[in-house]
Ligand binder design. Structure first.
Ligand code: MG
Length: 206
């Protein structure tokens, strides 16, 4: 598992996609604390300025298809576990698809591509730090009648082009995620204190 498969995937956004980040600006993003965006723009990428805060999309989403690319930094050998290149994609601010340096590990429920503390990915296809990786996500929001949940949220994730969650029912919000509810929500990118980079982020509401 230290030699993940090489898969070429289409990274071109379809015509109906909303380009959430194409390299030029943070116009689709805001800080989740109402502060100015403190992340850096470098070339066609955005990079976390540690402890400047999480970013959330200005728009809210319900069901969608999404693509994003990320790169975790090479951390010193004495930094362990959840301190290694930690970030995450919080769907509707409720469910975290973890980002971490989990290269070559036997994956646990808090490793890269896990639904945080809920389900490990079906395979470890993590690349080494400092290499670009991708997530392709299809998400269906939980369904509510009033404030009563009738159906769980469902997620399908391809990590580096390989299916790692196949229409998985997410039983509840994950970790520090916000409480489930009938309202749509933004996509949050987590500042966990590490210099994780992102590029080519697009979404298609379904
Ligand atoms: Mg995280």
């Amino acid at each position: 598992y230290a030699h993940p498969p090489k898969v070429e995937i289409a990274t071109t956004a379809p015509d109906d996609a909303i380009m959430l980040f194409s390299g030029s600006d943070f116009s689709h993003w805001t800080s989740d604390k109402g502060k100015a965006v403190g992340w850096k723009l470098i070339g066609d990428t955005m990079k976390i300025s540690p402890r400047s805060g999480n970013l959330i999309t200005k728009r809210n989403f319900t069901d969608f298809k999404m693509h994003l690319e990320f790169k975790v930094p090479q951390m010193p050998a004495n930094v362990k576990g959840q301190g290694r290149g930690n970030s995450g994609v919080y769907i509707q601010q409720r469910y975290e698809l973890q980002i971490l340096d989990s290269y070559g590990l036997e994956l646990q429920k808090n490793d890269c591509a896990s639904m945080y503390k809920t389900k490990a990915p079906d395979k470890n296809v993590c690349r080494m730090p400092e290499q670009w990786q991708s997530y392709d996500i299809i998400f269906h929001a939980a369904k509510f009648e009033g404030n009563e949940k009738r159906e769980n949220a469902r997620i399908t994730v391809w990590h580096n082009g390989v299916l790692v969650h196949n229409d998985y029912e997410i039983p509840n919000k994950t970790g520090a995620g916000q409480k489930e509810g009938p309202e749509p929500g933004p996509i949050k990118l987590q500042d966990h204190g590490n210099e994780v980079s992102f590029r080519n982020i697009w979404i298609v509401p379904l």
